[in-house]
Design a protein around this ligand. Structure first.
Ligand SMILES: Nc1ncnc2c1ncn2[C@@H]1O[C@H](COP(=O)(O)OP(=O)(O)OP(=O)(O)O)[C@@H](O)[C@H]1O
Length: 302
């Protein structure tokens, strides 16, 4: 099956400033992908390259088996909802649907009208007078009515209150389960992503720190707690992602290959997605602050 996104050595430099460095990705079809990372990590840069708005400096990227925005057919296969869910404030809801129909060959007018009705939006209402939640729903409606194979959202829920956010995500999930569409969604709200996504990409410091199926990431990462000396004999297939000390106790966050069990003498527990992401973000932040210290912190136990 064609990968949704395949990248090799993908790099974007803004002058001398890195946007994304040397990203290797291979995302299988049928996933709802969560893209996370701190401010300035490179999320919008990666999404911009995925939909062809940003040209890579070097490396390769394929989306649904083709170069992003290679031609009109490829453009129609990908829907993009940029940050702050852009709509035209002077146009009515109905105008937006007419414009969508005019610009998109595969436009599904029945779907668009049904969604507007279901959401209780007045077609004669100007978009500028809609609430933030309604504007986000309108942008989602336009994106799905294009009938793309992949929809990309850059922080779609950032400006929404908790209730509007929940409604937006419920709505999105319902559409995904009906249509089986591929989705890439960036957000700072890890609890939202945990509910929605089954694949995770974590960027920090312009680099991919972690990418994979959420179930597999959860099953291969553990928190182990004990006295420091107990960890000196950890097998090398167990990678230390982070460490914390309090009194005589050491807490490690570790990743193991699927075939390497945690030694039975050690008590290990699983992390939730938020804890896992925070461990990698902390590691990246420590390493960028002082690479020498980052490396030392991870190796002192061995
Ligand atoms: N047009 C630009 N010119 C120069 N530097 C840029 C430009 N766009 C992004 N950058 C830089 O590239 C890096 C990655 O930015 P990007 O917007 O992709 O990060 P992000 O993860 O989306 O951040 P945020 O969560 O704040 O939206 C940042 O250091 C940013 O300052």
């Amino acid at each position: 099956m064609t990968a949704v996104l395949r990248a090799q050595g993908l790099t974007k430099m803004y002058g001398r400033h890195p946007g994304l460095i040397d990203a290797d990705l291979n995302i299988p079809a049928g996933r709802v992908v969560g893209l996370v990372g701190p401010n300035g990590a490179g999320k919008s840069t990666l999404l911009g390259m995925t939909c062809g708005l940003i040209e890579p400096t070097s490396g390769t990227i394929e989306v649904l088996g083709d170069k992003p925005a290679a031609n009109a057919a490829q453009l129609a296969r990908v829907g993009f909802v940029a940050q702050d869910t852009p709509v035209y404030s002077g146009l009515t809801v109905a105008d937006h649907l007419r414009l969508g129909a005019h610009l998109n060959k595969n436009w599904d007018d029945a779907l668009a009208r049904h969604r507007v009705q279901q959401l209780g939006m007045d077609p004669a209402q100007r978009a500028g007078a809609l609430s933030g939640g309604q504007r986000a729903q309108l942008a989602l409606t336009i994106a799905v009515a294009k009938r793309p194979e992949l929809i990309i959202f850059d922080e779609p829920v950032a400006a929404l209150d908790p209730l509007a956010r929940r409604q937006f995500l419920q709505n999105l999930m319902a559409f995904i389960s009906e249509s089986g569409i591929n989705v890439i969604l960036s957000s700072h709200l890890l609890s939202d992503l945990e509910r929605v996504c089954d694949y995770l990409i974590l960027l920090a410091g312009s680099r991919v720190q972690l990418a994979g199926d959420v179930d597999e990431l959860i099953s291969t990462h553990h928190r182990i707690v004990g006295p420091e000396h107990a960890f000196r004999s950890l097998p090398p297939q167990i990678e230390i992602i982070g460490s914390e000390y309090s009194g005589q106790r050491t807490t490690l966050v570790v990743r193991r290959t699927e075939s390497t069990p945690i030694p039975q003498s050690m008590h290990a527990e699983h992390l939730d997605l938020e804890e896992l992401v925070l461990a990698y973000m902390t590691r990246a932040a420590n390493a960028s602050f002082d690479p020498q210290q980052g490396a030392r912190a991870l190796q002192f136990h061995r």
